[in-house]
Ligand binder design. Sequence first.
Ligand code: TMP
Ligand code: MG
Length: 296
Amino acid sequence: MTDIPELGLPQVRIAHPEHVTEVIQNIIKDGCDKLQVTADFDFTLTKFKANGTRCAGTHNVLEEGHVLPEFYKEEARALRDHYFPIETNPNLTIEEKIPIMVEWWTKAHDLFAKCDMKKDDVRVMVENSTAKLRDGCTWFFDQLHANEIPLLIFSAGIGDVIIEVIKHQATLHDNMKIVSNYLEYDAQGNMTGFQDDLIHVFNKNEGAIHDSDYFQNVEHRNNVILMGDSLGDLHMADGAIGVKNKLTIGFLNVKVEESLELYMKKYDIVIIEDETWNVANAILRKVLQNRTRESQ
Ligand code: TMP
Ligand code: MG
């Protein structure tokens, strides 16, 4: 394996070590100027658990605290208890899951739109929430920014919440592009629903980002590091052009025993129940060291 000790940790699983070594070596050799990064947000950039307790995803942030009414919290929780086990069930195909996920997102968003929410409420809810960026994300964000490496955050969560979490716990940099479900407000700052087409966990291969000029603008960056926690996340960079080296890193947070084999088939590197960003940071550190060496 490459001289990256983090890849040898017991919670890090790699089905094809030679392939992964080669891809990482190519990415390191080509350096920052050829690299682009795509990451999912909920339970990829954020923790699934902290001190043994579940952390909030961007939707769950709205269920915490005292801002939104009890009826919303109860119903949103009931929806999640029903639909999340279906999302993560390894015995169902993505095709089988898609209509069920559309149903979940539609019900959750309709329910949310019934709440009397103001623009400023999101910031307050995030400040009091259990949503937590993984340990080490701040360093990763700062280094990508300092070295002008673009970061696409592609999320089926809520964009307004993502922005507040990053502002609150790290720095929102201008090399970050956040594609997600954004709230819509009227002129008085009252929330009226969601903008644009719905993004759910399994339609990340479609939609605005692939049709926009985002991937065209980073066309010269032939190396992609992609990170996600759902199998749908593997399609987040489908619109990337001229990709030569793609490294996929998957966080397996639940149903580890049943899903490990499938995740190892689909993701180059699988990280099991680990709440840190250490593996991604170790790889990025090597890319950056190479730049330092080249400039000496
Ligand atoms: P992601 O694409 O950023 O990971 O966001 C999607 C996650 O949000 C997915 O794991 C399911 C979760 N979710 C909730 O927890 N509650 C909800 O109401 C909805 C619609 C999604
Ligand atoms: Mg996720």
